[in-house]
Design a protein around this ligand. Structure first.
Ligand SMILES: [Zn+2]
Length: 321
């Protein structure tokens, strides 16, 4: 069945806004090529703070609110912000895994039994397996095994449930009630590469005279030697900036960390997104090989174009057979 063979990417994130800051141009590019794009968001981001002080000004949604009212307003707005961000990037499906934001380590929400980081492992993996079996992605994207730079409990948990879910989805002995087994072909990790950080830092110094990256940032250990996959996303950087701006409560539009360079400037400076192929059921990469396609090596008939074109192919095959 042609519909079974349509290319699909599923990306797993912890909070609304993570899909904007990690991999948005890549997802926009594949969506544009007719690939089905699925976002799994594990929590509602209930513990986020208002990061955009301008929204407390007169006439703005947070003007004059008590801290409790602000929190309630924030939780409500994050739902619509995620929907707008997903629309901009081009996600075909947005699936909430249904857990509560755990907040940072040693904060009170950390002990809430509904929080994601306290979810029993097999139960949380099972929810993700059900989504994988239903959406049938050949490619899954999750967070890195090394998150020492930003060890948020929810981000660590995203990684921890993704690894077993990738294998258990294809194993009929796990979660028989969650649908027929489906084995995804490749599992990737997102990266914050040192190459990109330095390129952006130097461009900001050159073009703006200052950079938000201090010595601590610049001294972070590099894991760029782990890069297996490099995509030129220069035509899709609008997905990152547009989706970040959609998260108006979380992202200050004047923050140089996010918006120091325009899309065009960034395309000149560092037009790539880099990935680590963490696990694969297709041919192994040769020593030093750098892929330029997340679907490289996956063997199924290439079906290009949007859904409408798919049905045309299907109809033609039906007529000729
Ligand atoms: Zn997050």
């Amino acid at each position: 069945m042609v519909s079974e063979q349509r290319r699909c990417i599923l990306t797993i994130h912890a909070h609304p806004d993570d899909e904007a800051s990690k991999g948005a141009p890549t997802l926009a590019m594949y969506h544009d090529q007719g690939v089905r794009t699925v976002l799994v968001c594990c929590t509602g981001g209930e513990e986020g703070d208002l990061q955009n002080p301008a929204l407390r000004a007169e006439g703005q949604p947070f003007h004059g609110l008590t801290p409790e009212q602000e929190k309630a307003k924030l939780a409500e707005l994050r739902v619509s912000e995620l929907a707008e961000s997903a629309r901009i990037i081009g996600f075909d499906d947005v699936i909430m895994l249904g857990y509560r934001d755990s907040g940072m380590v040693d904060t009170e929400p950390n002990s809430n039994p509904a929080s994601f980081h306290l979810a029993p492992m097999d139960e949380a993996v099972g929810r993700l397996v059900e989504v994988i079996r239903r959406t049938k992605p050949q490619v899954i994207i999750t967070y890195n095994d090394d998150q020492s730079g930003y060890p948020h409990p929810d981000h660590l948990k995203v990684h921890d449930i993704s690894i077993p879910a990738f294998e258990r989805a294809g194993d009929p002995t796990w979660y028989p009630e969650a649908g027929p087994p489906f084995q995804p072909s490749k599992l990737y990790y997102t990266m914050w590469t040192r190459g990109r950080l330095h390129a952006v830092h130097e461009a900001l110094l050159r073009l703006r005279g200052s950079s938000p990256y201090d010595d601590e940032w610049l001294a972070r250990p590099s894991s760029d030697d782990r890069i297996t996959t490099r995509l030129d996303v220069s035509g899709y950087l609008w997905a990152r900036s547009g989706a970040l701006r959609a998260h108006a409560t979380q992202v200050d539009p004047d923050e140089p960390f996010w918006f120091g360079l325009s899309d065009d400037e960034l395309a000149e400076v560092y037009p790539y997104e880099d990935w680590v192929l963490a696990s694969s059921h297709v041919r192994p990469l040769a020593e030093g090989e750098i892929e330029d396609d997340l679907f490289a090596g996956i063997d199924f008939p290439a079906v290009e174009g949007p859904v409408a074109a798919l049905s045309a192919v299907e109809t033609r095959n039906a007529v000729s057979s």
